[in-house]
Design a protein around this ligand. Structure first.
Ligand code: BG6
Ligand code: MG
Length: 213
């Protein structure tokens, strides 16, 4: 394996806690439709696309919906989610994330984002995180969502990095699968780490520093 010199981060649930906003916005839609929606279902929405998430939200519905209705539901949820994102400020980035990104960069590491979200640009702008990254690949640039490797490979390509030079960090099962399929060191964090899904399983982004000592 070549020497690691690049870290590619997922966004929601790794650099910022927007996963809570996703849950709240889906829950409001589910409540309006009278469909039960559990924390376990919300967990399965992590990392997968907006429309795939909607299918999970609707799986306990007693009726079926047309594609046009589903597109309207996804738009309703997204408007709700974006209004929550508009409240974000740089203070919403955990200090350990800021410190780790700065220290990784100080150690000569290239940093990129690989998010399936079409709202990543708004989050990076509101939080100021965009300034700390060398490249951004997001949901507006890909045709296949995680667990497909496309978004991690797109981020690596933007940097001119080989997959074997990259560690890819994700909190979702689909994301860890995507990282591994990309041929990168798959680093699981949060829920995915608790389930031991990664090549490396970490409780805090700070633990990434041990890869670049
Ligand atoms: C991922 C989230 O980052 O983005 C998923 O983990 C979400 O839960 C996906 O469905 C798509 O997000 P968006 O912002 O494009 O609806
Ligand atoms: Mg995530």
């Amino acid at each position: 394996m070549s020497k690691l010199n690049t870290v590619i981060f997922d966004l929601d649930g790794v650099l910022v806690n927007t996963d809570v906003f996703h849950f709240e916005a889906w829950k409001e839609l589910a409540d309006r439709l009278g469909v039960p929606f559990s924390a376990e279902q919300a967990d399965r929405c992590r990392g997968v696309s907006r429309m795939q998430s909607l299918e999970i939200v609707l799986e306990r519905s007693e009726r079926t919906y047309t594609l046009a209705e589903k597109e309207a539901f996804a738009a309703e949820k997204n408007a709700n989610y974006r209004s929550r994102l508009e409240t974000m400020t740089p203070d919403d980035v955990p200090s350990e994330v800021l410190e780790t990104l700065a220290e990784l960069r100080r150690r000569g590491c290239r940093l990129a984002l690989a998010s399936g979200s079409k709202n990543a640009g708004l989050i990076l702008e509101r939080t100021g995180l965009g300034r700390m990254l060398d490249a951004v690949a997001d949901g507006t640039m890909i045709t296949r969502s995680k667990p497909d490797p496309e978004v991690f490979l797109t981020a690596a390509k933007l940097l001119g990095a080989e997959p074997c030079e990259c560690a890819a960090v994700d909190d979702a099962e689909a994301g860890v699968q995507s990282a591994r399929a990309a041929g990168m060191l798959a680093v699981a964090i949060a829920g995915a780490a608790k389930s031991g899904l990664g090549d490396m399983n970490i409780a805090s982004v700070k633990e990434l520093l041990q890869l670049f000592e």
